[in-house]
Design a protein around this ligand. Sequence first.
Ligand code: AMP
Length: 468
Amino acid sequence: MTTETIQFDALGLAAPLLKAVQETGYTSPTPIQAKAIPLALQGLDLMAGAQTGTGKTAAFTLPILQKLLPFASSSTSPAKHPIRALVLTPTRELAIQVEESVKVYAKHTSLKSLVVFGGVDIKTQTPHLKTGVEILVATPGRLLDHVEQKTLNLGQVQILVLDEADRMLDMGFMPDLKRILALLPKQRQNLMFSATFSNEIKKLADEFLSNPTLIEVARSNATAENVTQKVYLVEQSKKQALLTQLLKAGDNKQVIVFTKTKITAGRLSRALQKEGIAAESIHGDKSQKERLEALDAFKAGKITALVATDVAARGLDISDLPMVINYEIPSAPEDYVHRIGRTGRAGASGVAISLVCEEEEKYLAEIEKLIKRSIDKEKAHISATARKPTNHAAREHANNDDAIDSNRAKYPAKPRQHTRKPSADPWFDKPYEPTKNNADNTKNLSGINRKVPIAALLGGLRTSKQAG
Ligand code: AMP
């Protein structure tokens, strides 16, 4: 039987889990789920190559829940709920997202879960930990803070998940991981998920996994076939005008715009707002509340362009995003793969556009080497109408870098003092709602550059007329 024809009920999952899966509306397992779930249920260590968007969270959560079902207890005694599964993620956003999924799949069981991450008062997390949870999702630093404060005990962990392990290494978590692993029982199951398989990842696997089974659902470092990739060769000074042109022509479709630095992300989003584009930025200098607010607005379709750094955007479960734009291409080629993985999910078509100046061409060559293909390139044409106001805005902006932008709320935003419960992070509860009429992503590009036919721009996509 091929993985494509497997149904959830053939994976050996228990009834309460199947019920929860059915209620989510999934009809069949994704390839990573079909491969990982039976192996994980056998108790094997896994090293799985899968990006966010492949359904990897359910691929490790469902077997974890199944293995912990015999320990499920409705007792309120904390002693009956020791931490039995630990999921480590590189970012708080991913941690929140994973734990939300755990809750969804565990809803017909009495297994309890909790998420802990940095950037919020540790004291708010302690009482929840004290009540006892079987599944703890955590970022490494905050987990160690809790270990130091003796607010949790890892002595009964049976299953460890390292989610987005490559990113954890990139973010320098190796020393923290080593400390955490030393606190866990030696006898345990390890499940490692990574979008890329670098030599460092292989070393990590050798060190922490025991005779792991390798699972890959796509070629490592491959970019999705259904994502149309395009490079515009453009001078650095003209990038903003080109971006504005692309966004204005994009019929208000939603886009994540990637920058390399937090400073550029902040500046760019303010400059776009001045152009009348509903833009916001998410990056490491923003408070958790600000990041959640921006994501909330993006998911609700109130923001057209979410300007993000790699770290901030990592792991975001924003499905069906029609387009990503690399305002600056990343110097680490793997980041390009992560970035464009934001679009073209679950078989939908997506578009990934990169604005590349001369100094960045060397990074582009590295990316093409990694993805083993050449990306279609074209010299950008910036229309006079796009150039004029953008340059004006850029000048104005350059004189006023840190000023609070009076146009900040171009979109009909909720009041800045939002009324949401501060730590409940409900934005993950809401499904991403693409703006209306974006069923056909090719339409987004109609009018990007009216001098050039779209089919040529996109290397053979349908024209806007054909796309109808
Ligand atoms: P993940 O890679 O775990 O972040 O999942 C990406 C998205 O796929 C999430 O929105 C999941 O809810 C969704 N998903 C997970 N499993 C399935 C499935 N079997 N069928 C359809 N969608 C799924």
